[in-house]
Design a protein around this ligand. Structure first.
Ligand SMILES: Nc1ncnc2c1ncn2[C@@H]1O[C@H](COP(=O)(O)OP(=O)(O)O)[C@@H](O)[C@H]1O
Ligand SMILES: [Mg+2]
Length: 282
């Protein structure tokens, strides 16, 4: 890691997040920790509550209980705009780009630069030149090769489209980027291109939270792995000091989380296994 901040600082922290949907407990006293400069993978079976956790970090879900802090300050995200204003950007698996628009328009979607003076403030004229220059710079900084930033996104491959979505998120995120299964819709070669891009985003100093089902991908890029099960984090491990087999065994409940070396065990309580809890529903 190349961050200047101490590696044991926490950038984004959640404690005790809980979310019920009727009788379904989507999050059950869930904790979360992200360090500056790291790629943190979040893994867990289908229905474990990963998306609900991620959505509460991006303002798309408001938890029933629990606390969130960003760089040591308590934050309350009531909607996705609150999280974006706090410097948190999200990339979703469903290639959330506007196909009919070009790369520049996608990068500046909703954040267009207006021309200086009354042309911009009164007539709402866009400063296309400034936006094209900014877009070209951002794509070059991240090493994303495309023919032209004036290319319509519908002419790009799936991997290139996802690269545009990542470039947009990285351009606006001042604190972190969250990616929920960003390679789920991609083939192997394109997946590798997006993984390389994720590493470059991290190397530019932006931490990344990566939700993924793909264990080889997780081990390829993640510094740490948050293992989610039955609505909460049951372990937080360093990928360099654990194996895929071990992580999968804990994720599926075949092995207890106490069997693995959890990072920062002094600060991170090892929770009781959910099945040990008496009242587990709303
Ligand atoms: N909006 C919702 N309404 C009702 N139930 C939901 C909603 N969102 C998630 N759930 C339920 O919460 C649980 C966790 O879902 P989710 O966070 O999507 O898990 P994951 O992303 O790990 O697959 C599941 O049982 C799911 O059906
Ligand atoms: Mg999900």
């Amino acid at each position: 890691m190349t961050t200047e901040l101490s590696s044991d600082t926490t950038l984004l922290q959640a404690r005790g997040l809980t979310k019920h949907y009727g009788h379904v407990v989507a999050m059950d006293n869930c904790d979360f920790d992200l360090r500056p400069g790291e790629i943190l993978a979040v893994i867990g079976d289908n229905g474990a509550g990963k998306s609900t956790l991620i959505k509460s970090l991006t303002g798309a879900v408001v938890p029933d209980a629990g606390e969130l802090s960003l760089a040591g300050e308590r934050v309350h995200f009531r909607n996705p705009l609150d999280a974006r204003l706090a410097g948190i950007e999200t990339v979703y698996q469903e290639l959330a780009v506007a196909a009919a628009l070009d790369i520049t328009q996608n990068l500046y979607l909703g954040r267009e630069i207006r021309q200086a003076g009354p042309m911009g403030s009164v007539l709402r004229r866009l400063d296309k030149k400034a936006m094209r220059a900014g877009a070209a710079q951002q794509m070059a900084d991240l090493g994303i090769r495309i023919q032209s930033i004036r290319q319509k996104v519908e002419t790009l491959s799936g991997g290139q489209r996802q690269a545009v979505a990542v470039a947009r998120a990285a351009a606006w995120a001042t604190n972190l980027v969250i990616m929920d299964e960003p390679t789920a819709a991609l083939g192997v070669r394109e997946t590798n291109q997006v993984l390389d891009l994720i590493l470059r985003v991290r190397d530019h100093g932006l931490p990344v939270v990566l939700i993924s089902h793909n264990m080889p991908n997780v081990f390829q890029v993640a510094d740490r792995i948050h293992i989610h099960r039955l609505g909460r984090r049951i372990a937080l491990v360093e990928s360099a000091h654990t194996s895929m087999e071990e992580v999968v065994a804990v994720m599926t409940g075949a092995k207890p989380p106490t069997s693995m070396h959890t990072v920062g065990a002094d600060e991170i309580a090892v929770p009781a296994l959910p099945q040990d809890k008496a009242d587990n529903n709303g």
